[in-house]
Design a protein around this ligand. Structure first.
Ligand code: NAI
Ligand code: MG
Length: 358
């Protein structure tokens, strides 16, 4: 009996639709090979949703997402919607989905593919062997704390953003990071600013309490400024990095440029259950949208993360990852990482190569 799964497919805007088509071509092969029965539920979000139904995140999309086994998301946004008022901006779709689905963690694996050493801005010997994952807290911290903007008695403006964490919010993300470390090199780096921030001192205390449940994992606390340096100095020494929302936002973008093109990097956002939200790290790339040249790797690898985290199918996930590695190793590239012009492929050709190797 084939395993049934309901997958909500949200291509979004710009290259989102192109990389989604490419990833689905690969997923169709996965369906046959690993005996699944996938139902793809197409849904609208982002600029295209604002244009057609008036809001970036239609209720219908949210309803579909809540009932799904997993959500594949392309990218949203573009110059056309840049001047829309905040509540109609495409990224509201992302924030709304994360919040409504309780997706409190964001996972970004950073892996150097053999053959792409020269695409990095760092020296090949520094990035050799890079293979780590950034686990970022996604629904708490300063992005969600109370915001204020007022005038003081002298008429000068002041503003504040509150950085607040509850113990349970820290504990659930930290446990997830420990579990990931257990399945990897068993080395966890918890990043904070405990020398000045009270919320970081609580963060550190929770890590130290929780670590007794994971005795096989080595834990290191690192201040965020130091981590920013170590990421470019010795990136290959990390395994799992766990940190709060804003630090994670900044560090994961820094980490994203270590291994070459942003078109290579997948992500997963997870909550308590197996429902997950899978999207490339990149945006809608308006400068290349519609040309069929976007790198579909990030979307394909996001789909592999779906197989791993939502469907608990490690075999299918790693087979997809190995197929991508092989295609890159054979020298095939999209234009963002090109080496050899006769091996430059379009978005769909690249996906078809990957599909043929699964
Ligand atoms: P971007 O990631 O869309 O593009 C940055 C650069 O990377 C561009 O030169 C682009 O051509 C290139 N690039 C991105 N993805 C690529 C791919 N798959 N293959 C080859 N090259 C690729 O970021 P940018 O330009 O800052 O934002 C463009 C739009 O996307 C904005 O409206 C922004 O708000 C939105 N955005 C959406 C995100 C999301 O949906 N999660 C995340 C980031 C930005
Ligand atoms: Mg960011």
């Amino acid at each position: 009996m084939a395993t049934k799964k309901d997958i909500v497919v949200i291509p979004g805007d710009g290259v989102g639709t192109e990389v989604m088509d490419a990833a689905l071509a690969v997923l169709d092969v996965v369906q046959n090979k690993y005996n699944y029965d996938f139902t793809y539920h197409q849904a609208l979000a982002g600029g295209i949703a604002t244009d057609t139904v008036g809001v970036p995140l239609p209720d219908e999309t949210l309803d579909k997402a809540k009932k799904a086994d997993a959500i594949l998301f392309g990218a949203v946004g573009g110059p056309k919607w840049d001047n829309h008022p905040p509540h109609l901006r495409p990224e509201q779709a992302l924030l709304g989905l994360r919040k409504a689905l309780g997706l409190f963690s964001n996972l970004r694996p950073i892996v150097l593919f053999s053959g792409l050493e020269d695409s990095s801005s760092l020296k090949a010997e520094v990035i050799q062997g890079v293979d780590f994952v950034v686990v970022r807290e996604l629904t708490g911290g300063i992005y969600f704390g109370e915001k204020q903007r007022q005038k003081d008695n002298n008429g000068y403006e002041y503003a504040s953003d509150v950085l607040l964490y509850h113990e349970h919010e820290i504990e659930r993300i930290v446990r997830l990071a420990f579990q990931m470390a257990q399945n990897r090199k068993k080395q966890l780096t918890s990043v904070d600013k405990a020398n000045v921030l009270e919320s970081s001192r609580l963060w550190r205390a929770v890590v130290d309490r929780v670590k007794t449940d994971y005795p096989d994992v080595t834990v290191e606390h690192m201040l965020v400024d130091n981590c920013a340096m170590q990421l470019v100095r010795r990136p290959a020494s990390f395994d799992v990095i766990v940190t709060e929302n804003m630090f994670g936002d900044i560090l994961s973008d820094e980490a994203a440029i270590l291994t070459g093109s942003i078109g290579m990097l997948p992500s997963a956002s997870l909550g308590e259950g197996t429902l997950g939200f899978y999207e490339p790290v990149h945006g809608s790339a308006p400068d290349i949208a519609g040309l069929g040249i976007a790198n579909p790797t990030a979307m394909i690898l996001s789909m592999a993360m779906m197989l791993r985290h939502s469907f608990q199918d490690e075999k299918a996930a790693s087979d997809v990852e190995k197929a991508v590695e092989k295609v890159v190793h054979m020298g095939y590239r999209t234009q963002d990482t090109k080496v050899d012009s006769d091996k430059t492929l379009t978005t769909m050709q690249f996906a078809e190569k990957v599909a043929s190797l699964i």
